[in-house]
Design a protein around this ligand. Structure first.
Ligand code: CMC
Length: 396
């Protein structure tokens, strides 16, 4: 007792050194490999951001061309992996399918992955980035009882995902460029966020030199929790409740402030950002543009967006939120975009997992090449019995 620092939730413990992502929560700054998220969101693509996170710098046009070709090469799944889907109940949550199928990839890429070999690690990273859209789209298709769509390598990474989700063999999906750009932006904004719960899970499970596909599956399991990746789904449920309620937006804000009421403003507050979440600013603008562009098609999402902006306006003028530094986070507006695109609520966290895969595997790779890295082995403060004598069962 007393030999170790007690730090539940790792509030003040740095578990590693990392070059990947920098966050200044007070300033509202987020950098991927030194580049501000605003510049990447405005000028880059998700695939270019994947290259940046994995390799440490932005690619030249030849490097990006090669990278795109390699990612396309790996987009198919082994037909035996396809049969894994059949083992799930028809109503399985797509995140449960993701955990299972990504974990199952470890059976296909086991003996040929030497985690100490940089080339093997690179190929594992490419395979994961490439196969995630296929697995994610098929988890949706399976739940809907629709035929699986195979990857179309003529499409961009993001358009291909939408095509596998919304296309059917008799009617291939014609990617809508506005949706493709909106989803690409969401993927960029979710690509990495330093040592959050799921990334730390991937690092800890990978630190035993476990198979990387199994380690990523552990990350997906962690992300699934409502305190982590599940919040954007909850935001939509809250906004729908407000839109359909006869109570005012002010009434809901008052409930969020009431300590006797467990209701919280979903999509508000963040452990690290004590200033506006920079991702929320970018996504709010995209939300506005998307709904405007969609016109009548997006009309049923407009009331949700209006309520969201009204909530933000009222909360930002309220002492309760000002004093506690509670601002909208990335999840506050992202759900409205996904909903407007026709993506069902239970796929929101799947899309988060798809986007975050590059962050997870970049951190895993960084850890594997770090000479200071060791197996993760937290200690504890023991609070149980002192040593005592075993009593035979008839004496208990
Ligand atoms: N609505 C009303 N009050 C809130 C809210 C909220 N959304 N968030 C925090 N508070 C209050 C909280 O009651 C506490 O008040 P007091 O000091 O009077 O007890 C104070 O603000 C500090 O909150 P906390 O829960 O101690 O802060 P935390 O850093 O442990 O939690 C959080 C951060 C994100 C879990 C929390 O703000 C929250 O539950 N937000 C709503 C859920 C949400 O939007 N989650 C998405 C997080 S971003 C996506 C990701 O990175 O995974």
């Amino acid at each position: 007792l007393g030999y170790f620092t007690y730090d539940p939730g790792f509030m003040s413990t740095a578990s590693c050194r990392s070059d990947v992502t920098f966050i200044d929560g007070d300033a509202g700054t987020l950098l991927y490999r030194g580049y501000p998220i605003e510049q990447l969101a405005g000028q880059s693509t998700y695939l270019e951001v994947c290259y940046l996170l994995l390799n440490g710098d932005l690619p030249s046009s030849d490097e990006l061309h090669d990278f795109s070709r390699i990612i396309k090469e790996h987009s198919m799944l082994h037909e035996a992996v396809r049969r894994f889907f059949d083992g799930f109940r028809h109503d399985a949550h797509p995140m449960a399918i993701m955990v299972g199928v990504v974990g199952a990839l470890s059976a296909f890429y086991h003996d040929n992955v030497d985690v100490h070999n940089p080339e093997h690690r690179r190929i594992a990273a490419h395979r994961l980035i490439s196969k995630m859209p296929t697995i994610a789209a098929w988890s949706y298709k399976y739940a809907n009882g629709q035929p699986f769509m195979y990857p179309d390598n003529n499409l961009s990474y993001t358009a291909n995902f939408l095509s596998m989700m919304f296309g059917v063999p008799s009617e291939p999906y014609q990617p809508n460029p506005v949706f493709v750009r909106a989803l690409d932006l969401i993927l960029i904004l979710h690509a990495d966020h330093e040592q959050n719960a799921s990334t730390s899970t991937v690092r800890l499970s990978g630190s035993s030199e476990a198979n990387p596909f199994a380690a990523i599956s552990a990350g997906i399991a962690s992300l699934w929790g409502p305190l982590h990746g599940g919040a954007n789904e909850k935001v939509i449920r809250m906004l729908e409740e407000i839109v359909h309620s006869d109570k005012s937006v002010e009434d809901f804000v008052a409930r969020a402030k009431d300590k006797n009421d467990s209701f919280r403003l979903m999509g508000f507050g963040h452990r690290v950002y004590k200033n506006y979440d920079p991702r929320a600013k970018i996504i709010r603008k995209m939300c506005h543009e998307l709904l405007e562009e969609m016109g009548d098609m997006g009309a049923d999402n407009q009331p949700l967006f209006d309520v969201a902006m009204e909530l933000e306006r009222i909360a930002m003028e309220d002492d309760y939120f000002i004093e506690r530094k509670l601002y909208p986070n990335v999840d506050f507006y992202s759900g409205i975009i996904l909903r407007a695109m026709g993506i069902p609520l239970n796929m929101f966290t799947v899309i988060f997992a798809l986007a975050r895969t590059v962050g997870w595997i970049s951190h895993w790779n960084e850890m594997m090449q770090d000479p200071e890295s060791r197996i993760g082995r937290p200690r504890q403060l023991y609070t149980g019995y002192p040593e005592r004598e075993y009593r035979p069962i008839e004496e208990r």
